[in-house]
Design a protein around this ligand. Structure first.
Ligand SMILES: C[S@@+](CC[C@H](N)C(=O)[O-])C[C@H]1O[C@@H](n2cnc3c(N)ncnc32)[C@H](O)[C@@H]1O
Length: 266
């Protein structure tokens, strides 16, 4: 089902508000009480509108705007880790990529943006209520970007979905597992991976990293990179210089990337 149209309004101070063109009259934080279907009807990209005392411009959504306005349920993978995984694993045009769990679709949105019209993203999620939220976010991307990839959503446990994935895509070029116990799925996902393809695990805790590490090695893969991406933001000072901002350096997860190397000749 298509999610309701999302209209993005940018205030003069740079704040962006995402408004769903459904739901009738309501109070929208930062904007005020409006009925979007009435107040915003006919507003084109680039048009300005005054609501109360504030002036807004309707803007074209890009991935950053869709990301900040996404519907959330499960914890999402943010650009810090998504960008690194995509770059290190070499995910790009025409690839067939498997990701599980799909959750709110945070990672899926980033992957889908780089696969191009001939790429294929296969998302697997075992909790119906999480998949429903993720699907809203992915469908929004699909209706925003004309060069969107093929997308398949499988409801179920990724460890039991091997045949379904094979039927959809043949093999896969890359797989990213963001779930509490990826080691249950690693042996079956490895069988789908082409030689030279890469599998990554997103592990919030060191224990998960350690168990995933031994599991990918038991499956015959070679670990290429394991560690944590640290993001440190800087800010402008009152005097016009820059300095590390007061934003704390937070932990998201340890990442593990392994490659399926060709078998050694005897
Ligand atoms: C942290 S969330 C994933 C977030 C998602 N990657 C994102 O960026 O928005 C973890 C998800 O994995 C799902 N999950 C856990 N084990 C699974 C399995 N064996 N197969 C499929 N999904 C699984 C959970 O239901 C949950 O929605």
């Amino acid at each position: 089902m298509e999610p309701p149209e999302l209209v993005l309004l940018r205030e003069a101070n740079g704040k962006v508000f995402a408004v769903e063109m459904a739901g009738g009259e309501r109070k929208i934080r930062g904007i005020g009480r409006i009925n979007p279907e009435f107040t915003l009807a006919g507003l084109e990209i680039g048009d300005r509108i005054k609501i109360g005392t504030k002036l807004f411009t309707r803007i074209q959504p890009g991935l950053p705007e869709l990301r900040v306005s996404m519907t959330r349920r499960a914890q999402v993978i943010t650009p810090k880790d998504a960008g690194f995984l995509i770059a290190w694993m070499g995910i790009g045009q025409n690839d067939r990529v498997l990701e599980a769990g799909f959750g709110s679709g945070g990672l899926a949105m980033h992957i889908a943006r780089v696969l191009g019209p001939n790429g294929h993203l296969i998302s697997v999620e075992r909790r119906e209520e999480h998949a429903e939220v993720g699907e809203i976010n992915l469908r929004r991307c699909q209706s925003t970007f004309s060069d969107f990839c093929s997308w398949s959503l499988i409801h179920g446990d990724v460890a039991d979905s091997t045949e379904q994935i094979r039927n959809i895509a043949g093999g896969i070029d890359a797989a990213i597992l963001d779930m509490p116990e990826p080691w249950h799925a690693i042996p079956s996902v490895e069988t789908l991976l082409r030689v030279g393809g890469r599998l990554a695990c997103y592990c919030p805790s060191p224990d998960q990293l350690a168990t995933s590490w031994s599991s990918v090695e038991e499956a015959g893969l070679t670990v290429e990179w394991a560690g944590e991406m640290i993001e440190r933001r800087w800010a402008l000072t009152k005097r016009g210089g820059v300095r590390p901002s007061n934003t704390p350096i937070g932990h998201t997860a340890f990442l593990l990337i392994a490659v399926k190397a060709p078998e050694e000749e005897e």
